[in-house]
Design a protein around this ligand. Structure first.
Ligand code: ADP
Length: 304
């Protein structure tokens, strides 16, 4: 069985003067070594969860354990196990990346002989910028510097709040690479995101929260299996007037030369459908398929 690096039981938070729970008795456990995605719409409770771990918000009740340490017993040691990358970039433009890292290391009382700041910058592809002024860094580099800053005390867990919000496509993939690299080296990653493709690409475990409750938690692959639906669109050379009987029940749209079929992957074999269609005199021209993605599942979960 995998080691649980974070365990949360019946965690509850209601802000002062608010009628609704921000977190309503949630249970969550996160496996060591995973890339864990916390998904949910705005106001779901994601930041509240992270801020409780970070010590910025006090919980009302419930148990929070990180690396076996209980938040109620030893919050300081617990926080030493976390590196937190907030959404907004907080970097003093008048310092160089290595100076920024060394100041941060000082705040965490990292011993001189344990200071690996240059290596962390190298790992995040900022080695050649170590002595440049932070104000001269691009947006993507500044974000990677935020990640580097969170790693100065070598925490086993890195938490990223919306890591690629407002980051353009190219820089996004560079940041993903850095996150994967840290994970490959053994760091457990927790990230919140609105961007479902990001979760689909990066995460191996996912929890969806809504209105302060966990509404789904599973491996990404299992979540993707929830919607057992497949859609194919077929273009014919001829106008489609009728379809073989076996096919008719799957047809959700028929227009001019094309049809869209929807079916359950577990019950219907795609190759057989296509064989059936190629036996018609319509002349198959093109076939495209669409599998359900995390976005479809997310919408379905929130609807329910
Ligand atoms: P998310 O990060 O998923 O967008 P939040 O944790 O920020 O969600 O918010 C959860 C709920 O708690 C929302 O209803 C939000 O309005 C409320 N909330 C968050 N922070 C505060 C606060 N400081 N004071 C009062 N209510 C808050």
């Amino acid at each position: 069985m995998k080691n649980k690096i974070i365990e949360v039981k019946r965690l509850t938070k209601k802000y002062k003067n608010e009628s609704k729970y921000a977190l309503n008795h949630i249970n969550l456990s996160i496996n060591q070594g995973s890339i864990f995605g916390l998904l949910g719409p705005n106001g779901a409770g994601k930041s509240t969860f992270i801020n409780i771990l970070a010590g910025l918000v006090n919980k009302d009740s419930g148990i929070v354990k990180v690396c076996g340490i209980d938040l109620d017993n030893d919050p300081k040691t617990l926080r030493g196990n976390l590196g937190i990358v907030p959404q907004e970039i907080i970097i003093d433009p008048f310092f160089t990346p290595i100076e920024i890292m060394d100041i941060q290391a000082g705040m965490y009382a990292v011993k001189k002989e344990e200071n690996i700041n240059s290596r962390i910058l190298e790992n995040l592809d900022l080695g050649n910028k170590a002595n440049a002024y932070a104000r001269s860094l691009s947006g993507g580099m500044k974000r990677r510097l935020m990640v580097a800053k969170a790693m100065v005390h070598r925490p086993p867990i890195l938490i990223l709040d919306e890591p690629t919000a407002g980051v353009d496509v190219e820089l996004r993939s560079k940041l993903w690479e850095s996150i994967k690299k840290l994970n490959n080296e053994g760091t457990t990653i927790i990230l919140t995101t609105h961007y479902l493709k990001e979760a689909e690409l990066l995460c191996d475990e996912i929890a969806v929260i809504n209105h302060g409750k966990v509404i789904a938690k599973d491996t990404k692959n299992n979540l993707l299996k929830i919607l057992d639906e497949k859609e194919i669109r077929i273009e014919f050379a001829e106008k489609v007037r009728s379809l073989p009987k076996k096919i008719q029940k799957f047809c959700v749209k028929k227009k001019n030369n094309s049809v869209i079929l929807k079916y359950k992957k577990s019950q219907t074999n795609t190759a057989e459908l296509i064989k059936e269609l190629s036996n018609t005199n319509l002349g198959l021209k093109d076939i495209s398929t669409k599998e359900s993605d995390l976005e479809d599942i997310f919408i379905k979960l929130l609807k329910n």
